[in-house]
Write a protein that binds this ligand. Structure first.
Ligand code: HAM
Length: 412
């Protein structure tokens, strides 16, 4: 717990945990705006909202995300509950959506089945601009479509969300294919051979990964490992014919849609479940944490988590990174409405009447405020101005007697 001591006789102040965020009222309109703009595109693409639990059995992520990933090895918030079950605060949303698909028997349903979600996630990472330990994602998942047209549609949807937010112009899209279980073994062998020649330069975690999952070395955040990864063999040189054709058709689709991209053979992504297509949208100018959206195809995950073979693809965006990008682009988000009328009572009897009138106005759908703290008329006028209310109704004894009062427009 982080706290500061104020001196003898005073209580210490409890501060939020490092890496968590208080989203204060001046920031929540941006969250709401992003949600609204994302929902518009979800409706357009036929996605339906899903809500899953904040915590899950730890095994869901160790099996789903991959036991050799940074997320599972270093970043999960894992604890035992009172029944001694190992529980993890979700580090991402995909594994939970897949679990829910299986648990609710939807894998045999009408395909494609398409979901979207707004969630908080938890990863124990070094906090910096655009990276926190509790963070917020907008994500989508599509099940039951194996072809490159599904990948194109998923990427197009992400691009449209970014466009609807007004930030697409500042964004680069990188895509890659990391192959399938058919072509992956050959690539793993090539990676193993390459990194074995640089064993002493690898971090300790990556030395362990060399045997278990050498692809994860490409995603390590250690600077030495990153440097080595730059010259490592590229996935695209090892693709089987089907993966090659899939990737070629995806690129043709993106070209046809007018979606600009860079084919980036060094892009592998940090989660184990991906097969074939992976992609990232990057907004330069918001610091080191510039990836605003990441996603890809994950054809083996449903099976890995106990379901049938079911192809799938999706993406997730970090909300706070989107806000940083929107700030850079000068996007103004709508503010919540100001009150239409402020009722200023003078005296106790008027105060009671003002309170009831305000309630009636609100019942009629009119945004209204009145004094409830016993301010002087002068400070009531100041307060009305501060909350952006142009119309003030003053009620004193004579107004109560006549049942009439004048509305003052503060601007005119
Ligand atoms: P991810 O790349 O781990 O993918 O996260 C997606 C996005 O969440 C990132 O691009 C970034 O914008 C944001 N993000 C990640 N970590 C943090 C953090 N510590 N602080 C702030 N923002 C962060 C996934 O989570 C996959 N589940 C995406 C997916 C869905 N793939 C297929 N379907």
């Amino acid at each position: 717990m982080e706290c500061i001591f104020l001196g003898r006789g005073q209580c210490s102040v409890i501060r939020k945990m490092r890496g968590t965020l208080d989203i204060m009222p001046d920031e929540t309109p941006a969250f709401r705006y992003i949600e609204q703009k994302a929902r518009e595109i979800c409706d357009l693409y036929g996605y339906r909202e899903i809500k899953t639990p904040t915590f899950e059995a730890t095994e869901l992520f160790s099996r789903g995300v991959g036991s050799t990933t940074d997320v599972v090895q270093k970043e999960m918030y894992t604890f035992c509950d009172k029944d001694d079950r190992s529980i993890t605060l979700r580090p991402e949303g995909t594994a939970s959506v897949v679990r829910a698909m299986i648990e609710h028997g939807r894998c045999g349903g009408v395909m494609p089945d398409k979901f979207f979600y707004f969630i908080n996630c938890f990863r124990y990472e070094a906090p910096q601009a655009g990276r926190s330990r509790e963070f917020f994602q907008f994500g989508t998942e599509m099940f039951g479509a194996a072809g490159p047209y599904a990948d194109a549609s998923v990427i197009a949807m992400a691009s449209d969300v970014l466009g609807n937010l007004g930030i697409l112009d500042g964004i680069r899209l990188h895509i890659n294919s990391i192959g399938c279980p058919e072509c992956r073994p050959k690539y793993r062998e090539a990676l193993k051979a390459y990194f074995s020649g640089h064993l002493s330069e690898l971090c300790e975690t990556c030395r362990g990964r060399l045997e278990t999952n050498p692809m994860r070395i490409l995603d390590c955040k250690n600077p030495e490992c990153r440097k080595l990864a730059e010259n490592a063999p590229k996935t695209t040189d090892y693709l089987c014919r089907e993966c090659e054709e899939h990737f070629t058709e995806l690129k043709a689709q993106l070209n046809g849609m007018g979606i600009r991209y860079t084919s980036d053979p060094s892009l592998v992504r940090g989660l184990d479940y991906y097969t074939r297509t992976v992609f990232e949208f990057i907004f330069d100018g918001i610091g080191a944490q510039a990836t605003v959206c990441g996603g890809g195809r994950y054809d083996g995950l449903v099976e890995e988590l106990g379901g049938p073979h079911l192809p799938a693809a999706g993406f997730a965006m970090g909300i706070t990174r989107l806000i940083l990008a929107m700030d850079q682009c000068g996007i103004k988000v709508p503010e919540p409405p100001s009150p239409v009328i402020y009722i200023a009572p003078l005296g106790a009897a008027a105060q009671a009447k003002a309170s009831l009138l305000t309630y009636e106005l609100r019942k009629a759908g009119i945004c209204a405020e009145c004094d409830i703290v016993g301010r002087s008329l002068k400070s009531q006028m100041k307060y009305a101005d501060k909350i952006g209310c142009a119309n003030v109704l003053i009620i004193g004894d004579s107004e109560l007697e006549t049942g009439r009062a004048s509305l003052i427009n503060m601007k005119t």
